[in-house]
Design a protein around this ligand. Structure first.
Ligand code: SF4
Length: 370
């Protein structure tokens, strides 16, 4: 089933795609590299995909942990329709088990009571139009695990002229990856660390599939994407690791993919690690710039220098920001520097938006809402 679900389908599990039967009778989910092998009634590690009879189903189709209109800079995307509002939502569960999770109330949820809003794909698209959101973001938790719902919502959004954004760890298998990103206009991909040990020990995952997703996005799609790394003191913030990751980005993705280095706050299972010092973020940004990344940012801290977009050609500030708010704009409507006419990489469409730093929760009324 690839058509949009109707209200009736909310009461049943939605048929999942990307799985196959193993010789021993188990069903293997092929959405993400965990490749969960499921017997009748079992759920995958993400908790939201489960075996039901002779198939694997998605149990969160049409249910959300909430909707909110955010600045697009909060995703973070600094080069995609700057200043515009984005209708953001997520579901429950996650396919990684990051000990430093900053969204654990949603991602670790095993209860549908976090899923307070019920929404068809069409309702989401209509809510985006009603709130003047230029885009809808699949965020808070990873759209990889609710792929069928995200894809249907993306189709409904595109039918209304609303763009789509995936905020993801990029931990996804090849076929599912192609389908998900075929329906996305932009993405922010977490590059959580740059060692296999980091991914294994702190996320119970692997680094290579994430690098494969980044390479795929760059070379086989038109999706605009930016990269975020949450810097955790003593875990992924060494000079050597930052040198390696930023060099890899420039060599494999080119100089135009923006990198965001954001501050960790003690949370979930890592409450014994201190918050990231602002100097660490500044150092990471410096290393990235020195290695040829044209657009490097600090995040989760007040740092106007680290928030600014600098023209790679003449060094002029082309977009100034204070946290999520635009404070300066020196680009033409199609994203060229007003000083030297060099093109700034990204998606620009006329003057910047004026949404500012506001965050507005939205309730999608529904007869099926909890
Ligand atoms: S999407 Fe969920 S069920 Fe499927 S392999 Fe990944 S963790 Fe397992």
């Amino acid at each position: 089933m690839t058509e949009h679900a109707t209200q009736e389908t909310f009461d049943i599990a939605f048929p999942g795609r990307y799985w196959h039967r193993l010789e021993d009778g188990r069903l293997q989910c092929d959405v993400c590299p965990r490749l969960c092998k499921l017997r009748e009634g079992q759920r995958g590690l993400c908790f939201v995909r489960a075996r039901q009879g002779d198939g694997v189903v998605l149990t969160t189709y049409g249910r959300s942990s909430g909707f909110c209109v955010d600045p697009i800079e909060k995703k973070p995307l600094n080069h995609f329709l700057p200043g515009t509002p984005v209708l953001s939502f997520g579901t429950a569960g996650c396919n990684l088990t990051c000990k430093f999770c900053q969204n654990w109330d949603i991602s670790k949820s095993r209860e549908v009571d976090t899923l307070c809003d019920t929404a068809t794909p069409e309702m989401i698209a209509q809510a985006a139009v009603a709130t003047d959101s230029r885009s809808v973001a699949f965020t808070y938790n990873d759209p990889v695990i609710f792929l069928e719902y995200a894809v249907d919502a993306a189709k409904a959004c595109h039918a209304q002229g609303v763009k789509t954004v995936a905020v993801t760890a990029g931990y996804i298998c090849e076929e599912a990856r192609a389908e998900l990103f075929r329906h996305m206009d932009a993405a922010n991909v977490d590059l959580k660390g740059f060692t296999e040990a980091f991914y294994q020990q702190l996320c119970s995952g692997h680094l290579q599939p994430v690098l494969d997703t980044l390479t795929y996005l760059k070379h086989e799609t038109d999706v605009w994407f930016e990269i975020t790394t949450l810097l955790i003191p003593g875990e992924n913030d060494s000079e050597a690791e930052l040198e390696a990751s930023t060099r890899w980005v420039v060599e494999n993705l080119g100089p135009d993919v923006p990198m965001h280095f954001s501050a960790f706050h003690p949370d979930w299972k890592m409450t014994d690690v201190p918050p990231t010092p602002p100097a660490t973020l500044t150092r990471a940004r410096r290393i990235a710039l020195e290695n040829g990344v044209r657009y490097a940012y600090t995040g989760n801290v007040h740092d106007q220098e680290g928030d600014a977009t600098i023209c790679h050609n003449c060094g002029q500030v082309v977009i100034g920001r204070d946290w999520y708010e635009l404070t300066e704009w020196n680009l033409t409507g199609d994203g060229r520097c007003r000083n030297c006419a060099a093109q700034c990489a990204g998606v620009f469409d006329g003057p910047p938006g004026t949404w500012g730093r506001r965050r507005r929760p939205v309730r999608l009324a529904s007869p099926h809402a909890a």
